[in-house]
Design a protein around this ligand. Structure first.
Ligand SMILES: Nc1ncnc2c1ncn2[C@@H]1O[C@H](COP(=O)(O)OP(=O)(O)OP(=O)(O)O)[C@@H](O)[C@H]1O
Length: 235
């Protein structure tokens, strides 16, 4: 399928059209995500960024157009196959971590592994390792209500990456954080994604967050207007 010298995209959206009721959100958006890259998607509020992410992650089906992942048409997969693929290959993190409030940080991160059938002790051990990678050592027993915004997002990132996904979809992961916590979260995400070869589709309003990406695509009124801006890679 892919040629090593000129790899094709891992995930490709083509001519996506999507309306929410009568409100058009995407009007022919196309975007490629390559294996292992961090791609920032920017654009004004309401330009369709979240809708594009939801379509590419198989959370929402487009009205028209295609989403292809590793040669499979995601937009045509039956729901059961789609949710299985989301569980094995994709991780998601949103602006407000969306952790389970009753569970500790450790159990939140262990949960995707337990759902995938990993034995409990092994799942908890791996969850601890991933929290540590995100600089969240010592907060294993905290529940979301006891965490700072940055701690919650680091926990959410550990949960998104613990299963070894091929793609992480991050929708404004630093949107609710102050600039220092935002930088810490982005440094951890970029470092870990690069180390593990995980591709990241990163939605952001913030130029400093976008600067962690390898490429940037900009949306305007539901279409991608610029792509391939090569950004300086943050050390
Ligand atoms: N569930 C929904 N119901 C109705 N309209 C929606 C819904 N979700 C999004 N929209 C509308 O679709 C358009 C695109 O929204 P979307 O959230 O994809 O844009 P965005 O660029 O991510 O915006 P923001 O930066 O404000 O999150 C907007 O006009 C928005 O109001």
């Amino acid at each position: 399928m892919n040629n090593a010298a000129t790899p094709g995209p891992l995930l490709a959206a083509r001519d996506l059209v999507k309306a929410h009721g009568r409100t058009p959100a995407l009007r022919g958006a196309s975007l490629d995500l390559r294996a292992g890259e961090i791609l920032a998607v920017t654009g004004a509020s309401g330009s369709g960024k979240s809708t594009l992410l939801h379509c590419m992650a198989g959370i929402v089906r487009p009205d028209r157009g295609s989403v292809t992942y590793g040669g499979q048409r995601l937009d045509r997969l039956p729901e059961k196959r789609l949710s299985e693929l989301r569980r094995t290959d994709f991780g998601v993190v949103f602006q407000f971590g969306q952790l389970i409030p009753e569970l500790t940080a450790l159990d939140n991160v262990a949960l995707p592994l337990l759902l995938a059938g990993t034995p409990r002790s092994r799942a908890r051990e791996r969850a601890g390792e991933w929290l540590e990678r995100f600089g969240a050592r010592g907060q294993e027993e905290l529940r979301p209500g006891e965490m700072s915004g940055g701690q919650a997002q680091r926990t959410a990132l550990a949960r998104a990456l613990v299963t070894g996904p091929k793609v992480v979809f991050a929708d404004e992961p630093t949107g609710a954080l102050d600039s220092l916590a935002g930088e810490q979260v982005m440094t951890a995400l970029a470092h870990t994604a690069r180390e593990s070869g995980t591709a990241v589709l990163l939605i952001t309003h913030d130029a400093r967050t976008a600067a962690y990406a390898d490429r940037e695509a900009s949306l305007h009124d539901g279409t991608v207007v610029t792509e391939d801006t090569v950004l300086e890679v943050t050390p």
